[in-house]
Design a protein around this ligand. Structure first.
Ligand SMILES: C[S@@+](CC[C@H](N)C(=O)[O-])C[C@H]1O[C@@H](n2cnc3c(N)ncnc32)[C@H](O)[C@@H]1O
Length: 255
């Protein structure tokens, strides 16, 4: 816990607003994408789904995928999963802003859980094709029965483990949200498999980069990896873009 406090102080000291950023791409991203308004209907839809989940008395039997949440057992209340594992607040808004700004056609989410992130990814750019992968059988069944996008033609909730999915899929994605690999080994394995599914401008959002010291090590390794020429640290999550045509740069972004 102490390391988190130290990390946060460091982050706040080094994080830059748009005026401290000298890359035209990142300046524009900061100025335009991060300041986008989340439209009222999208905010209301998100609030309403979150409220339904928080009021639910259902439980889910969790399979043992990854390190999982530190705070929950194997039989978990939907309401608690939404609170502890679901994307919320400014990070949910960031997903919306990213898809609205970059207009990705093909999106991959690794780790659907209750689909809070999926909802925001979709609302930012409703015509995008989204594949959201979830390993836990019960969670996947819950999504198919209750998610607001369950009948949406271009949103596909897929039950698989991340590595098998990446092995089988031939798709190339414009935006990838990795939200389920909670350790260094798994994160680096996923990134190595992802190389076949990327193009120069693919935006990879890696959640929970400071979830543990192990995850932080993975993040530092990624920042120094010569495959990725643009990395941005948002404290809770990191954004990675190959952009090999530009000089390698790393930014700490105030958000
Ligand atoms: C933090 S939650 C995802 C939250 C969700 N993206 C959101 O925005 O609300 C992580 C999910 O990933 C799933 N998961 C973790 N490791 C996995 C793996 N290796 N394969 C498939 N699913 C996995 C877990 O079952 C869990 O539901």
């Amino acid at each position: 816990m102490l390391y988190l406090v130290r990390e946060y102080i460091n982050y706040r000291l080094k994080a830059k607003h748009r005026h401290g950023v000298h890359s035209p791409f990142v300046y524009k991203f900061n100025n335009e994408c991060l300041r986008l308004n989340v439209d009222r209907a999208s905010r209301e839809n998100f609030k309403s789904y979150f409220k339904t989940l928080r009021g639910s008395t259902s439980t889910i039997e969790m399979d043992d995928w990854g390190a999982g949440s530190k705070k929950l057992g194997t039989t978990r209340c939907v309401s608690k999963i939404a609170k502890v594992s679901g994307t919320q607040g400014k990070y949910a808004n960031l997903l919306y802003r990213l898809t609205r700004y970059f207009e990705p056609e093909n999106i991959l989410e690794l780790g659907s859980s209750l689909g809070l992130g999926t909802l925001m990814l979709h609302q930012g750019h409703p015509s995008a094709h989204i594949t959201s992968v979830e390993g836990c059988e019960d969670t996947h069944a819950f999504l198919l029965a209750h998610h607001p996008l369950k009948n949406e033609k271009n949103v596909h909730f897929c039950r698989n483990d991340f590595l098998s999915y990446l092995q089988q899929s031939k798709n190339v994605f414009d935006l990838i949200f990795i939200d389920g690999a909670h350790n260094q080994e798994m994160t680096l394995k996923i990134l190595s498999k992802l190389k076949f599914h990327l193009h120069e401008e693919t935006i990879i959002v890696l959640d929970d980069i400071r979830w543990s010291t192990d995850m932080l090590k993975a993040w530092h390794e990624i920042v120094h990896d010569s495959t990725y020429h643009l990395t941005m640290d948002f404290f809770k999550l990191g954004i990675i873009i190959p952009r090999q045509h530009q000089a390698k740069e790393h930014f700490i972004i105030r958000y």
